[in-house]
Design a protein around this ligand. Structure first.
Ligand SMILES: [Mn+2]
Length: 322
């Protein structure tokens, strides 16, 4: 039903800002750029603005030149503020400020923890990804895909389902992917770009991250740390989060994997990512620290130093595993 309201919202406005969350990843970029393309095909004026620039791992995506950051953004003169893949408006970072100038906020998301902050909310916690929802939006509007939008949406679905391996993969997910392939998506090329792209110079930090891996006595909980100091001397700050979380999940007996990451810049605070194999609700754990996400994948940010965050969070997860 709320898809219908989202369609009506799009129809009644002329100009849009489209944004997603901080720490951009495949689903955020794929869904925002594809949704912006859909709006443009309807004759709307659209600006895509994010808190963060597009990370190096996703520079292969088509149309990223259209994604701006706050310093080059028109701050006024639009009707509708659209967020995709954001469970809360604060997840948009500094871009959230712009929403004050909008007639309406349209919130499109698949996180079960979504706070319903929009004037119009289309939340589908069953959807694998926001990209799968934007795919459905195209279908509802009877709009055709082109190669560019197909690549964007396929990449968003691919990355949010862990390459169609996580429990959020439904038949509707494969149906969407199957149709997108008809528009010239090359699955092997996208897989290479999205995953098989670790710079050789980053093997040293990767080894350091893996050497921090610890397991609780029951073997059901595994955790790791990414410290800023690991990257000293290597250029850039390659995001190993998905790689090492995937590896931690593949350790025999793992029910919950947790990754602690210091911010890449000098700001304090620790990003914590949770993955569960299904029995443990890691959305509930993340929420108890002010974050959220999905039952099997969630995150939060803790103030202070990394070792304090590890102590607090691990104690909390162990209580949940009892
Ligand atoms: Mn997502």
């Amino acid at each position: 039903m709320s898809l219908k309201r989202a369609v009506e919202c799009v129809k009644r406005h002329k100009s849009f800002i489209v944004t997603s969350h901080t720490n951009l990843e495949g689903d955020a970029i794929g869904s925002e750029l594809a949704f912006a393309a859909l709006l443009r095909s309807l004759g709307k004026r659209v600006t895509v603005i994010n808190h963060d620039p597009i990370p190096g791992e996703y520079r292969f995506l088509p149309g990223i030149a259209r994604a701006r950051t706050m310093d080059s953004a028109p701050k006024t003169g639009f009707d509708c503020f659209v967020t995709v893949d954001c469970s809360d408006i604060s997840r948009c970072g500094a871009v959230a400020r712009l929403s004050a100038g909008a007639k309406e906020i349209l919130n499109i998301d698949h996180h079960i923890s979504n706070t319903g902050f929009g004037d119009v909310n289309w939340i589908d916690a069953q959807a694998s990804s926001t990209s799968e929802m934007v795919y459905r939006f195209f279908k509802t509007m009877h709009k055709d895909f082109d190669r560019q939008t197909a690549v964007l949406l396929y990449t968003g679905i691919l990355t949010d389902t862990g390459s169609f391996r996580y429990s959020n993969t439904r038949s509707a997910t494969h149906e969407a992917a199957a149709e997108l392939l008809r528009y010239g998506v090359k699955v092997n090329v996208i897989y290479r770009c999205a995953y098989e792209n670790i710079p050789f110079t980053h093997l040293v930090p990767l080894v350091k991250i893996l050497s921090t891996m610890r397991q609780d006595p029951s073997g059901r909980l595994v955790w790791m740390k990414i410290k800023r100091s690991f990257f000293k001397g290597s250029c850039g700050y390659f995001d190993f989060s998905e790689y090492v979380l995937t590896f931690a999940r593949s350790i025999k007996g793992t029910e919950v994997a947790v990754l602690f990451k210091e911010h890449a810049d000098t700001s304090t605070g620790v990003r914590v990512n949770f993955r569960s194999q299904g029995k443990t609700d890691v959305n509930r754990i993340a929420r108890s620290f002010g974050g959220g996400g999905h039952r099997t994948a969630s995150g939060c940010v803790l103030p202070g130093k990394i070792d304090g965050a590890v102590r607090k969070v691990i104690a909390r997860v162990l209580r949940e595993l009892k």
